[in-house]
Write a protein that binds this ligand. Structure first.
Ligand SMILES: Cc1cc2nc3c(=O)[nH]c(=O)nc-3n(C[C@H](O)[C@H](O)[C@H](O)COP(=O)(O)OP(=O)(O)OC[C@H]3O[C@@H](n4cnc5c(N)ncnc54)[C@H](O)[C@@H]3O)c2cc1C
Length: 481
């Protein structure tokens, strides 16, 4: 078959039925796949990326040279188990496969696009599916945030870890949350200067959560390494402050840093100018739940009104046969993702009729214990590093909110003035959220800016962009399509 660009395309026929399909080979998906395979299950593990490890264990020149390798021993162990299962034929590992839809009621049809340019459609049929698709950066719009040189903290780190690229020489890292520290330390290790780390909340508030800190103590040595690097390079760490505007013509030249009140409204005293050619902003992460929502699993409001998969103690969603693990159930870090993945893998194995042996049952009991403590740590993290509402005063009328469709704040407000009283109506009137990213970048900010959560833009039936040809080829399209 030939597509519109004249290139050859092909469709791989559905696989024979496997016990478990796992979507995502990050910490959660790797743990789920090997835990299920340990019991003898036949598992297919699909991941968009070329290598296993997800966001935390991202492979690239920097990791190869020994940098950015926190928690690497855990990765090496999981990777060793993955390799052994692949060799034994228990796990069919498919890197470079982007899953765009789940179909059916069990067994499921797992539809993916394969190859670098997503030309080939692959269908995997599985009795149980574990969705471990991780998260993406939460973004807040402010004047100048679309200038070249301004990027998400996650994007900056992907460049650092994946390609060893710093994108500039003088960096400001701003936002809220512990993730700002590895990003700043990563820039320093790569030879860039870091002008400041700007944290909108006050991390002193961690002291009100001693039991959560104890539960997450494995993270403390890692944080200490980053803080020591910042201290060695005399990088100022500003608390209760934010970058409220970025300046430049064709690219970033400087940023305005302002002091904040606890609700993130601007404190008296004005802003000061800091020269920078890169600004990396991180306001936490949003779970990537499209596949789950489109397949009918119930999503609940997590911290900061982010949609998370509702799961029971065995990581089962409300949709029979569909499990979720890792950041899809709420942002909590790689260790929590591994614990949830382990539980999900064994739950899937039991659903496939396997009986875990004593060693596997002990592993699950330990994972459940770790999960309890780490969820406590995650809850405290969301409290200390919550996104407060005062940021809505930072953007002005001309600030672009939806980057894909270039919709400004004034245009969003005009839609509200015309009578749109929820986000979906605002979308229909203004085109916000209709572009390539399908609202992933602007949805949560737009909801706050129009005054209240309200219903979201609406479901995204396809998790990744899919050529029309591929949709037309589906014999039995998912009803949501
Ligand atoms: C950009 C970024 C950088 C981060 N860096 C750090 C860090 O340095 N330190 C830290 O403690 N935490 C970091 N985090 C948080 C980190 O994601 C988690 O703690 C941990 O990696 C979560 O594991 P996970 O398995 O749930 O998700 P992830 O590690 O995100 O893995 C999800 C996997 O699913 C795959 N995937 C997604 N959608 C599809 C699809 N449709 N089809 C097929 N595959 C798919 C992705 O390719 C990825 O490999 C980062 C998060 C992000 C988004």
């Amino acid at each position: 078959m030939t597509d519109l660009n004249g290139s050859r395309t092909s469709t791989t026929p559905p696989s024979s039925l496997v016990d478990v399909a796992v979507v995502g080979a990050g910490p959660a998906g790797l743990a789920a796949a090997v835990a299920a395979a340990d019991t003898g299950c036949r598992v297919t593990l699909l991941d968009t990326a070329a290598r296993p490890g997800g966001q935390y264990w991202r492979w690239g020149p920097a990791t190869a040279s020994g940098q950015h390798r926190h928690g690497w021993a855990a990765f090496t162990r999981l990777k060793g188990r993955l390799d052994a299962h692949v060799l034994a034929g228990r796990i069919d590992y498919r890197p470079g496969h982007a899953v765009f839809a789940l179909e059916g009621t069990g067994p499921f049809g797992v539809h993916a696009l394969a190859d670098e340019r997503h030309r080939r459609r692959v269908e995997v049929r599985a009795g149980t599916v574990v969705v471990a698709t991780g998260a993406y950066d939460r973004q807040l719009p402010f004047p100048g945030w679309t200038l070249p040189g301004v990027m998400t903290a996650g994007g900056a780190q992907s460049l650092l870890k994946g390609s060893g690229v710093t994108a500039g020489t003088r960096v400001v890292v701003a936002g809220t949350g512990p993730f700002l520290l590895p990003v700043a330390a990563g820039f320093l290790a790569a030879g860039a200067g870091v002008a400041a780390v700007v944290e909108a909340n006050d991390p002193i508030a961690w002291l009100h959560h001693p039991s959560a800190l104890a539960a997450g103590r494995t993270k403390l040595p890692e944080a200490a390494v980053y803080l020591a690097a910042l201290a060695r390079h005399r990088v100022p760490v500003l608390r209760r402050s934010a970058v409220v505007a970025a300046h430049g013509d064709r690219r970033l030249r400087s940023v305005s840093v302002a002091r904040l009140n606890p609700d993130w409204s601007l404190a008296p005293g004005g802003a000061r100018n800091v020269v920078a050619d890169v600004l990396a902003t991180g306001w936490g992460f949003l779970p990537q739940t499209e596949l789950l929502g489109a397949a009918g699993a119930e999503l609940a409001a997590g911290p900061g009104a982010a949609a998370v998969a509702a799961v029971d103690a065995r990581q089962r969603t409300t949709r029979p046969g569909l499990l979720a693990a890792g950041e899809t159930t709420g942002i909590g870090g790689a260790d929590l993702a591994v614990a949830e993945g382990t539980v999900a893998g064994v739950t899937a194995a039991v659903a496939a009729g396997r009986r875990p042996d004593v060693r596997q049952r002990v592993a699950v009991a330990l994972a459940v214990r770790r999960r309890t403590g780490l969820r406590r740590f995650a809850a405290a993290m969301h409290e200390v590093h919550a996104v407060a509402g005062g940021w809505v005063a930072w953007p002005d009328d001309d600030t672009v909110v939806c980057r894909c469709e270039e919709v400004t704040l004034a245009e969003l407000r005009a839609a509200v003035d015309l009578g749109a009283d929820d986000l979906r109506s605002v979308k229909l009137l203004s085109r916000t959220g209709m572009g390539w990213c399908q609202g992933r970048i602007c949805e949560s900010a737009a909801a706050t800016l129009i005054g209240g959560g309200g219903p979201a833009y609406g479901p995204r039936p396809l998790a990744v962009p899919v050529p029309l040809r591929v949709l037309a080829e589906l014999d039995d399209p998912h009803p949501a399509l």
